[in-house]
Write a protein that binds this ligand. Sequence first.
Ligand code: CA
Length: 659
Amino acid sequence: MTMVAINAAIATTAQNPDAAYLDYPSYNGEDLELTVDSKGTHWRLWSPAAEAARVILYPTDRNTAATDTIPMTRGENGTWVASVPKQLYGSFYTFSILDKGKWLAETPGVWAKAVGTNGHRAAIIDFAATNPAGWESDRGPKISHINDAVIYEMHHRDFSQHPSSGIVNKGKFLALTEPGTVNAQGEATGIDHLKELGVTHVHILPSYDYNSVDESNLPSNGYNWGYDPYNYNAPEGSYSTNPSDPSARVTEMKEMVKSLHDNGIGVIMDVVYNHTANNDDSNFSLTAPGYYYRHRPDGSYSDASGCGNETASERLQMRDFIINSVKYWAKEYHIDGFRFDLMAIHDIETMNEVAAALKEINPDIFIYGEGWTAGDSPLPVGKRALKENVARMPEVAVFSDDIRDAIKGHYTDASDRGFATGKPGLEETVKIGIVGATAHPQVDYSKGNNSKFAYAAAPTQVINYVSCHDDLMLTDKLRKSMPDATEAERKRAARLAQTIVLTSQGTPFIFAGEEIFRDKKGVHNSYKSPDSINAIDWSLKHDNADQFDYYRELIKLRKEHPAFRMTTTDQVARHLKFDKVSEPNLISYSLVDNANGDSWKEIKLVFNGSDEPRQVKIAKGDWTVIADDGKIKASGLSSSKGGKMTVAPRSALILAREK
Ligand code: CA
């Protein structure tokens, strides 16, 4: 479109501050911002309303004067272009645009794929040289459906920083490339620990270049979760061994991915396209002021993220940005899945296009997200990628806050208890979790605590969990809500809670360190807390060896038995039968008729969240006892003929029979 048309559109912004942007042309080419070929180095910046644009060249990533400033000329579809007839590998650059008569601050752009210290300057590097040996044949694990995955959410620094980890590259991508690491007692840590535990995928907290940790002063600087995006398409510098070397962060992240893949573990990236760390001085604002964000009628930033702004996925260039960015991570870094932060800030159409684009690259890639916002948005509810709208996004899954809050108690009240800690009245909501939020003839959704209808079209659309990086993690929640209990009693409650999660229909998700009963010293929002709060103390693996063994066997049970991993609503309705029970904090059900091709004819699961033993009647038969009284073994603890059986307090009884 012409500049005249843009100016006319801007004139309407008094009524709707975002009206102008709907008329912006978009550019979806893969050559955005930087390409290097045999003819030289080329830039193409999308900035439809700019009055002029320029590229500024630097010899290093910081503290040096520009070597050249190159004016850009208008290109197609709102872009500005410049070229030099030389491959400028090793150089750095920024863009600046003339906006309303003023040159804006320099920016590395929105498509910087390599950056120097703190991401302020984009780098020109040879990506072919960043690939580890064997990268061409590198593949993540094959899975048929998302619910074949067992997801382990981890932060690079939590996982390796503690002295007890025995890991050399503490807090770095490379931590996950070190085999053979152990704690002081000789027990596996690091990647060997993950293999021993049996999880199929790690979900790494934000690993793109984020804003808050000063990469120029790493020893004195600590910690951040990383939900403050700065450069979406380059890895975070503080996780590399040398933030000033733009290739190092790329290579080391790829080495991490390859190491996990070589050990059969997939990598899910936490992506945060819903907001940026900065407002007027974000890379979005400095390349196309206003365009990438939603605004209130008074022109201020709307804030559905609770972080000061929200992006506008319904606008074509923003939508394409999200789609092209995840495609880039999938292709360049072989990422196996994506977790969308505050996904409901994005629109449904964007999420469906994201899923389609990723499945085209690799059908095993899966997508899930938080089906909620952190504040109100100008985006109409019917268009939001909400949990309640997930049936309209068939290839997307959402976190089940239903099962989370029902099992352990509500997240907003530390002392509140849940089903697994003895609070009655949550049985029906736990059952919603057990059936993966699908329609089931024996589940009354009107009694659900959060959602009042079966929002999932299939169990593959739900992520089941009781704890994650947000809010009180399970150990801390149990300490605060069971103040008079012993640690042994809390550990029992944790086992019961995770047994419900890992046996439910849907995809199970656990938070790193829960398996050794780590805590975060009661800090619920530890996003910038020091290592003393966040780092996992691996000596706990020794102290809580029984807990670790339980988790490992529980994961093994799930992976060996497809009955826990049904893929359709109809299958769940036909093969999952609840038993009538009259007491509170008791749920009993069976997976029947070799569900989903299982070798077991019937699996009986009874959950007792009370602190009293409960009697149940089990049909006569040749049963193998899989779990009982806080113990579990996938191959069986003992045998039973059924009849009257006792379910110990705060524990699961699981039985299986082959005929
Ligand atoms: Ca950074």
